[in-house]
Design a protein. Structure first.
Length: 142
């Protein structure tokens, strides 16, 4: 008579797990580690330029470097700054329209202060950690 242990096949070790998925290079998010120090400084200045020149500098940096694969980090940061400055410009237009009912002047000052604060925070974060994503911005340029 056979025992239950005779009927169970010997256990085999489980097959090895596949290596973790690593996306191809073109799918990876560009990082500051893969960029040069000059790109990091230019990205910081691109974020800071929103204080004075609004969308001009981020647009120029993005248009010059958008087709260069070695400048992926700089392109990503300039698009982020450009999207934020476009959002701020739309806010200024809305504030200008709302000045008819007098709240626009107050909102204009608030938006101006927020622009200053977020541009400085973005520049500091980019100089320290390498990347920054604004908490609210319309992603119009992708």
């Amino acid at each position: 008579m056979s025992t239950p242990s005779d009927q169970i096949p010997p256990s085999t070790p489980p097959p090895p797990s596949p290596p973790p998925y690593e996306p191809p290079p073109y799918d990876r998010e560009p990082t500051a580690a893969s960029s040069s120090n000059d790109d990091k400084n230019l990205a910081m200045l691109t974020h800071l330029s929103g204080l004075i020149l609004s969308i001009i500098v981020p647009l120029v940096v993005w248009l010059i470097n958008k087709d260069r694969a070695d400048k992926a980090y700089l392109v990503a940061e300039s698009k982020e700054a450009l999207n934020f400055q476009i959002t701020v410009l739309i806010g200024y237009v809305i504030c200008w329209i709302l000045t008819i009912i007098l709240i626009g002047a107050f909102l204009h000052v608030v938006l101006w202060i927020l622009n200053i604060v977020f541009c400085i925070v973005a520049a500091v974060k980019v100089s320290q950690t390498g990347t920054y994503r604004y908490p609210f911005a319309l992603r119009l340029v992708s």
